[in-house]
Design a protein around this ligand. Structure first.
Ligand SMILES: *[C@@H]1O[C@H](CO)[C@@H](O)[C@H](O)[C@H]1NC(C)=O
Ligand SMILES: *[C@@H]1O[C@H](CO)[C@@H](O)[C@H](O)[C@H]1NC(C)=O
Ligand SMILES: *[C@@H]1O[C@H](CO)[C@@H](O)[C@H](O)[C@H]1NC(C)=O
Ligand SMILES: *[C@@H]1O[C@H](CO)[C@@H](O)[C@H](O)[C@H]1NC(C)=O
Length: 578
């Protein structure tokens, strides 16, 4: 009995050692390739940047099926967050030129008028631009309000480094105006609907809310450091509202619902990415900010990973405590619905981040919520606190390290010898699919490897936050605005008999952009069509008119119409069909 137990332990240890050395070897060869491949996708001189302007990140050099030869604000910021983190932590200080180019490119991009608006009317929420820094004007899922949050976070990280160099003038004169534009946008618009990071669901999205919250907290710290205190009160208030709203995504089934809309299970890599992109080791395992090692984030991770076990053939037969290929969300059908490199790596990174904190705090907590997660690795574990001197701590952390390494090993198994990483790998045989050389795949590789090596990104102020909102009671209260305004929309539109004019827009009262349930206007004063609706006060509301005739539906041309509602009373808006 004793001997057989010992044999099992030894076998497990040998397996862990084998896997760990496989992962070590993969990291040694893949790290430099991933960094080089990432830089190759940045203009003007990246070898695969396809003529992109200076500092512009192409999402992928693939220009057909799918065409990703554009620059997304989100993807670019994620890429530059890695570059800036590695620079400021001394891991790679060869990239100052790229960072300067990125800053200069965003000075231009922020000012480009686009279908979401101008810099003052919502244009900062535009998801993507052409790589020559002009507006992309075709139909798209817009706006995507995570972009300004992620970009300002990358720029603030850079600003904080430059302040340690004593370079206050550049921070104040060049970076601060960019950061302020983005964060004013976040503060003013966070409570409006947004397309999620996958550009599919128009509602509220956990990733967006979490990153918006982080960006405002960091912005307040920088504002104080630069003595730019006029923004502090508004940004602090909205950060509090965001933190409150963040709690409302938790659901009692033990995971985070990624989007408020979309009609899916809500199990989504969105939430895992949010946790790793808001990691702050100084906050420990704080549940309010969904830190990687918090019980809420671990319970969520388990639910997310398990949702792919039965739907991908390459996961078949794997036990629940063994790593599995994961994708965006189980209902995904894009390009056939396959695992993605960046989502599989995100799982490993959340676990590596957790190990950093447990080792730093020299203990880990098992709560009733995280118990099923920890029981994967030790079926006898019970709720409690385990000091690093305990056998349970050793058993759990070593098994979790092995589990985490397993996700990297899956990525390693499906990486060709060139080191190139596409967006997806096949759920049947692991072969590469969709866009080649996805820049974010390389960024995800580097951040996972860094977390495994114990690299701790700079704190952003997640520690010690409190909120009157809590998970058990859900969101509610403390919204961005209160009260409503009665708004009459008049639009001058000539129609043919049988044709009607409708309206929909960015708030609940305007059906959250759903054309199928858009509100019909009255033609009592034809050719002026009218409707009066109650809209939230003090709010930027975007909308468009639609023509419907039988089963045909025609949107007004871009850009969206915008009104900023007053604080109360009533308001009349006079438009002409475009
Ligand atoms: C401040 O940083 C900027 C951006 O890298 C650089 O161009 C400038 O030379 C720096 N100034 C000083 C005084 O170091
Ligand atoms: C706006 O905030 C309120 C209060 O937190 C919340 O109930 C509502 O869902 C939010 N709406 C959006 C679109 O963020
Ligand atoms: C464990 O829980 C205690 C009490 O709630 C807390 O003080 C401590 O920070 C927690 N440690 C970790 C690693 O979560
Ligand atoms: C729209 O026209 C009405 C008069 O018909 C006017 O009272 C109102 O101020 C106008 N609205 C705007 C926003 O100019």
């Amino acid at each position: 009995m004793l001997l057989s137990t010992l044999c099992v332990i030894l076998a497990a240890a040998r397996q862990a050692w084998t896997q760990s050395s496989t992962v070590d070897a993969y990291i040694a060869s893949q790290s430099p390739l991933a960094k080089a491949d990432l830089l190759a996708n940045i203009g003007p001189s990246g070898s695969k940047s396809m003529g992109a302007k200076s500092g512009i990140v192409v999402a992928s050099p693939s220009n057909v099926n799918p065409d990703y030869l554009y620059t997304w604000t989100r993807d670019s910021a994620v890429v530059f967050q890695v570059i800036v983190d590695q620079f400021s932590l001394g891991i790679d200080t060869s990239t100052r030129g790229e960072i300067d180019n990125y800053v200069a490119s965003q000075v231009i991009i922020q000012q480009v008028s686009n279908p979401s608006g101008t810099i003052t009317t919502g244009g900062l929420g535009e998801p993507k631009f052409n790589i020559d820094e002009t507006a992309f004007t075709a139909a798209w899922g817009r706006p995507q309000r995570d972009g300004p949050a992620l970009r300002s976070t990358a720029l603030i990280t850079w600003a904080n480094f430059l302040l340690t160099e004593g370079n206050t003038s550049y921070v104040t004169n060049t970076l601060w105006p960019l950061i302020q534009n983005d964060l004013n946008y976040v503060a003013q618009n966070w409570n409006q609907s947004t397309f999620d990071l996958w550009e599919e669901v128009d509602s509220s999205s956990f990733f967006t809310t979490a990153l918006q919250h982080r960006s405002l907290r960091q912005g307040v710290q920088l504002a104080n450091a630069l003595d730019q205190t006029s923004v502090v009160s508004s940004w602090t208030t909205q950060a509090g509202n965001l933190l409150c709203f963040l709690q409302s995504y938790w659901n009692t089934a033990g995971y985070i619902t990624a989007n408020t809309g979309g009609g899916r299970s809500g199990k989504d890599a969105n939430t895992v990415l949010a946790s790793i992109h808001t990691f702050d080791a100084a906050a420990g395992c704080d549940a309010l900010t969904f830190q990687p090692c918090s019980d809420v984030a671990l319970s969520n991770l388990l639910t997310y990973v398990n949702s792919f076990r039965s739907i991908y053939p390459i996961n078949s037969g794997l036990a629940n405590n063994v790593a599995a290929a994961t994708g965006r969300y189980p209902e995904d059908s894009y390009m056939g619905g396959n695992p993605w490199y960046l989502t599989t790596l995100a799982v490993s990174e959340q676990l590596y981040d957790s190990l950093i904190v447990w080792n730093q705090q020299k203990s880990l907590n098992v709560t009733s919520l995280s118990l099923p997660f920890f029981q994967l690795f030790d079926s006898s574990v019970t709720v409690g606190t385990y000091a690093s001197t305990s056998a349970t701590f050793t058993t759990l952390t070593s098994a979790i390290k092995t589990f985490a390494d397993g996700f990297v090993e899956i990525v390693a198994e499906f990486t060709p010898s060139s080191g190139s990483l596409s967006e997806q790998y096949s759920k049947s045989d692991g072969s590469q699919l969709s866009a080649a050389d996805l820049t974010w795949s390389y960024a995800a590789t580097l951040t996972s490897f860094d977390a495994r090596a114990g690299v701790v990104p700079a704190s952003w102020g997640a520690s010690g936050l409190t909120s009157s909102c809590s998970i058990s009671t859900g969101g509610g209260g403390g919204g961005g605005s209160s009260g409503t305004v009665s708004v009459t929309f008049n639009v001058d539109a000539t129609t043919v008999f049988g044709e009607n004019i409708y309206i929909c827009g960015s708030v609940d009262a305007l059906q959250n952009w759903d054309p199928d349930t858009a509100l019909i206007l009255s033609a009592a004063n034809y050719p002026i069509w009218s409707i009066t609706v109650d809209l939230p006060a003090n709010t930027e509301v975007q909308y468009k008119y639609i023509r419907k005739f039988g089963s045909s539906l025609t949107w007004e041309s871009d850009p969206n119409d915008v009104i900023n509602t007053p604080s109360g009373g009533s308001f009349i808006e006079n438009d002409t069909w475009r």
